[in-house]
Design a protein around this ligand. Sequence first.
Ligand code: HEM
Length: 353
Amino acid sequence: MVSNVYSKSYINASVSQAAQSDIILNTRLIPALEASTAPSQAPHGINVHSLFCAVAMDFISAYCFGIRHSTNFIKDKSHREHWLKLYTTRKGYGFFAQELPRLSKAFERLGLSLTPRWVGAANRELEAWCKELSDAAIKGLGESEPLLNSADDPVVVRSLLAGYEKEKHMHGQDSLIYSTTILNPELSVASEAFDHVTAGQETTGVTLTYLSHHLSQSLGLQKGLREELLSLQPNMVLRDGMMAMPDSQQLDRLPNLHAMILETVRRYAPAGGPEPRVVPFPSCHIGPYEVPGGTRISASAYNVHRDEQTFPNSEQWDYTRWLVDKEAAQRQFWGFSSGGRMCLGSNFAMHGS
Ligand code: HEM
């Protein structure tokens, strides 16, 4: 229903996405990076992991809700840190809700919880936060005033609502999503958007952190990447502290930049698995094995990316492996998974990175 707005062609052509990037990069990230070089920052520098998670969240939430109703985690550090704390509190406690949902619900009905109470409290606070942003975006769309700025367009929310309307019109009460989504559009939009912001912020933040670590270790890498970026028209040189937004299609074609991001996702696999799937009936073949239908199987991108035959010296971060003879590597690259459950935001992640 929403995959269209995450396609590469849509993102590259989106005026709203370009306007949002302009605001986020020019009025938030560049000033934050410049401020980090001030003598008062020495010797601590900045926590780039936290900053890059903020960058990812600002980009994704702006695309979902429009810039007006999105986060400003780059600047609002205390809100960002509070959010990240809630997010990390839940880590390691997903087992019961994900693997034994019925048992978890049964315990809930008895007033008991299989996970610590603070995990539930963090989930409720994060969900309420996302519902608030989502409701504000929906309300804004309902107002008759034209958008002040294309950056205010809540691209994902608008697309979801249009999809629900289309489904209602086509199938009415016979729709499979009638009793859930169509009767509760606001809650459904918030729930879907919650998936996007939580799935995208840490994965993208981790990728940018490792990538900047490798760049920080090598002046040669920085020089090569800089030369490539300077070949863009318009290029990304700062003029009076601002840069012109590069052409998305040209950016997409830069070989070194592309290779460095792919290699970072390969080497560190920010969503490393396991990625469970259920074998369809009656059975399927995986390599030499026939696996019966209904069996739950899983694989991990982290391990798939360590196949020495396809990725020699797999522990080594070497972006040049994506510049030559890359066909086998591309076939085995699984950083965004594959099939029906593959990453919805893979193009957005590549573009944002
Ligand atoms: C470098 C960054 C990213 C990486 C490595 C990554 C990786 C992945 C992987 C491996 C999955 C599949 C999980 C599974 O099969 O169980 C996934 C799912 C997903 N990703 Fe990403 N992701 C990234 C960024 C993003 C961004 C920026 C967004 C949103 C804008 C996003 C939205 C989603 C969603 C909604 C799903 C769930 C899809 C579904 O289950 O139908 N991801 N991601």
